[in-house]
Each structure stands twice: as structure tokens, then as C-alpha cells.
Design a protein around this ligand. Structure first.
Ligand code: SF4
Ligand code: SF4
Length: 86
């Protein structure tokens, strides 16, 4: 098998800052404990959630499903093969 063609997937979590109301549901329910309250504040005065380590995200989408404001979406990202990164 050609190792250069192997792609690995991980998930990327995107937070729409202006929708976040700082309820922390996503933080409480993330099984990997990688979401946290950032110092960034949106225009409504809420501290916006951020993600610590995207690579630990399993892509379970619990954060996305539980967010009452539809402020989080999770996408699957394919990483470039080793050979292309060089
Ligand atoms: S669940 Fe949604 S609204 Fe609540 S803190 Fe997380 S991103 Fe913000
Ligand atoms: S998709 Fe799952 S593991 Fe990733 S941040 Fe959301 S709840 Fe956590």
C-alpha cells in the first residue's frame, strides 16, 4: 500500500460567536472535556465557548446537538497525506 495516499480524519468544531449565550451546556456535556469558556466576549456580552484541542474531538456532535442556539457545528476534516505536508 502507498503510505502517501493514507488520509486520516479528525473533526473541527466551529463556534458562531454571535449566537453563543454562554449557557455552558456544550462544555458540561462534551465527553472529551475540550470545550471551555474563552476570554472573548461577543456583542451581547457573553463569553464565547472555544475548543482547546481539536485533535481530541471525536466528532460525536453532542455539543452541536445540545446547543440551544445552534451556535456549534462539527465538520469532518481530512488531513493531507504525509508526503504533501513536506
Ligand atoms: S451550548 Fe451553545 S450557547 Fe451554550 S455555551 Fe455552548 S455554544 Fe454557547
Ligand atoms: S463533537 Fe463531541 S468531542 Fe467534539 S467538542 Fe463536540 S462534544 Fe466534544
Amino acid at each position: 500500500m502507498n503510505k502517501g495516499n493514507i488520509r486520516s480524519k479528525h473533526s473541527q468544531v466551529n463556534v458562531i460567536a454571535e449566537r453563543c449565550k454562554g449557557c455552558n451546556f456544550c462544555i458540561d456535556f462534551c465527553p472529551e472535556h475540550i470545550l471551555y469558556v474563552s476570554t472573548e466576549m461577543n456583542s451581547k456580552g457573553y463569553h464565547v465557548v472555544d475548543i482547546g484541542n481539536n485533535h481530541k474531538c471525536t466528532g460525536c456532535e453532542i455539543c452541536s446537538m445540545i446547543c440551544p442556539e445552534f451556535a456549534i457545528n462539527v465538520i469532518s476534516v481530512e488531513e493531507e497525506p504525509e508526503e504533501k505536508r513536506r
